[in-house]
Write a protein that binds this ligand. Structure first.
Ligand SMILES: [Zn+2]
Length: 236
């Protein structure tokens, strides 16, 4: 897996379309390091740990989750650090932790429209052995915002209004002017790909103080680019 450096202390791994593996980020503080999202499996976590160790970076002490979708959370059981998620994310994870991961149960969830086809297909691709799926809640949960001092760099977790999912958390590093927006700029796949334009507008006003924006499944973009993307979504 390829790891790229964005600023002095910010790194990210590339996304992989095949099994819907999102970008994972890494912020290297003097005292602690923080990973953003846990990836979609143990394998994804292992590849990430290998990539950061090739850079001479230690394993993350903390792992912050952007939202509940499987591709961002199913690696949570395989990370070694302390995991942090918003209360709403944790509620959904607690619900999914009770689900059974068998072919027939997954088909039932598809029929009941609890799960979507795209996620079902990708989960089956990532997990040839469905019984290996483990869903866990985070060690720490928060409401609203949270600030973490990693030593020489402070990371802010903001729960934001997003059309993608109601639990979306953005990770902002003011000192580096970098924003990890996850999938927040996107339609709600679990609600017929509905795009709530009011929520998109509040997302636009919420994200102002940054230069780089890293999304879950695309190359990092500048502030101007992300505002253009949001603008064209609004015009749809
Ligand atoms: Zn998502």
């Amino acid at each position: 897996m390829e790891l790229r450096q964005l600023t002095d202390c910010v790194f990210y791994s590339m996304y992989n379309k095949e099994a819907d593996r999102p970008i994972l980020e890494y912020i290297n503080g003097q005292k602690y390091s923080l990973m953003v999202d846990s990836g979609n499996s143990k394998k994804h976590v292992e590849l990430f740990n290998e990539a950061i160790s090739n850079f001479g970076l230690r394993k993350p002490n903390l792992i912050a989750i952007t939202h509940w979708h499987w591709d961002h959370t199913f690696g949570m059981n395989a990370v070694e650090g302390v995991t942090i998620a918003h209360k709403k994310t944790n509620n959904k994870l607690a619900e999914m932790a009770k689900w059974k991961w068998t072919d027939s149960e997954m088909k039932k969830r598809l029929e009941a429209k609890v799960e979507i086809k795209f996620a079902d297909t990708c989960i089956r691709k990532e997990y040839p052995l469905l019984s290996e799926i483990r869903v866990t809640t985070s060690d720490i949960s928060f409401n609203g915002n949270m600030e973490i001092d990693l030593g020489d760099v402070v990371v802010e977790l903001h729960h934001i209004e997003s059309p993608h999912s109601e639990d979306c958390t953005c990770i902002f590093i003011p000192q580096e002017r970098v924003l990890f927006i996850g999938d927040a700029v996107g339609v709600d796949y679990y609600n017929n790909c509905y795009l709530d334009k009011d929520k998109l507008c509040s997302l636009i006003t919420a994200i102002e103080e940054f230069d780089f924006c890293v999304m879950g499944h695309a190359e990092p973009v500048s502030k101007l680019d992300i505002l253009n993307i949001m603008g064209s979504l609004l015009e749809r």
